[in-house]
Design a protein around this ligand. Structure first.
Ligand code: ZDR
Length: 279
């Protein structure tokens, strides 16, 4: 099978070339586990499949390195847009992409005929506990709730961008034992579908810094849906305006929680190499 290795701010993906025959359902997860492995496989934070759609221009499926399927992936969908455009599978711009989180609209920014950056209309955030999902009171948004890990109480805000995110504000993100706390929050009993975990430091009304523990993947250099969730959590807690630059270890994304309640995310998409797997 052939693939293209791509990344959005160092959040890296193998995008599998479309195959003539549909794969059996369990093959998607198995391929993701095998190929995402950094020692025995291609090495990636996720495996992306390009599929036909009956309701949009194309359909994206994204699988985590542990074989689980994610509803949505912000950095991955920008790579998906670049893949589809640059290989002339579609020249639609905006490009409409079907995901498990709904249809997303991608505005492609071109340079010399190739996609350099993508602005994604990520749709509306989901803030009620049952939508995230989270166990507990469903009558209000999940803002500044307590969460105890190893006897230490954290305060978190939960946001779904189609996939679940737990946002914890801290004074200094560099001091957080990310891998340890991230893994424990991901599997906390409050989150029946597990969760992505973000530690966020507010720099100003228009800029934040964050570090990411991704559900099903671990520490990654960036998270597109997570950057949107972090900005929304910052607004809900009165910490920033609705438009901000989100600094991640792999680079920056521009996030805008528009007045119509849609979230716009803008960032680069990069192709690294293509290849074929053996066997
Ligand atoms: C964080 C992510 N890479 C993105 O850019 O939005 C999404 C990947 C999926 C994530 N690991 C999940 O929700 O399971």
């Amino acid at each position: 099978m052939r693939f293209v290795k791509m990344h959005g701010l160092g959040n890296d993906f193998a995008v599998v070339d479309p195959v003539a025959e549909e794969l059996a359902e369990d093959q998607y997860s198995q391929l993701a586990e095998r190929w995402c492995d950094r020692h025995f496989g291609v090495g990636a934070d996720g495996l992306i499949f390009v599929l036909p759609s009956e309701v949009a221009d194309y359909r994206m499926r994204i699988f985590n390195p542990d074989g689980s399927e994610a509803e949505m992936c912000g950095n991955g969908i920008r790579c998906f847009g670049k893949y589809v455009h640059d290989r002339s599978l579609s020249r639609q711009n905006p490009l409409r992409v079907e995901t498990l989180a709904g249809i997303q609209s991608l505005t492609l920014n071109l340079r010399n005929g190739l996609v350099e950056a993508v602005k994604v209309d990520m749709g509306e955030p989901r803030l009620r506990g049952s939508q995230i999902p989270i166990v507990g009171d469903d009558s209000e948004n999940v803002v500044n709730w307590p969460l105890v890990v190893d006897g230490i109480e954290h305060r978190f805000t939960a946001v779904s961008m189609g996939n679940p995110h737990c946002v914890i504000f801290v004074e200094d993100v560099s001091r957080i034992p990310l891998a340890d706390v991230g893994a424990k929050v991901e599997r906390h009993t409050l989150f029946p579908e597990k969760t992505n975990v973000h530690f966020v430091q507010v720099l100003s009304r228009s800029s934040i810094r964050m570090r990411v523990w991704e559900r099903g993947a671990g520490v990654t250099l960036a998270c597109g849906t997570g950057a949107c969730a972090a900005l929304i959590a910052a607004v809900l807690n009165g910490k920033t305006d609705r438009r901000a630059t989100v600094h991640l270890p792999g680079g920056a994304l521009e996030i805008d929680w528009r007045e119509d309640n849609h979230v716009a995310m803008t960032g680069p998409a990069t192709e690294v190499f293509d290849g074929a797997t053996v066997g």
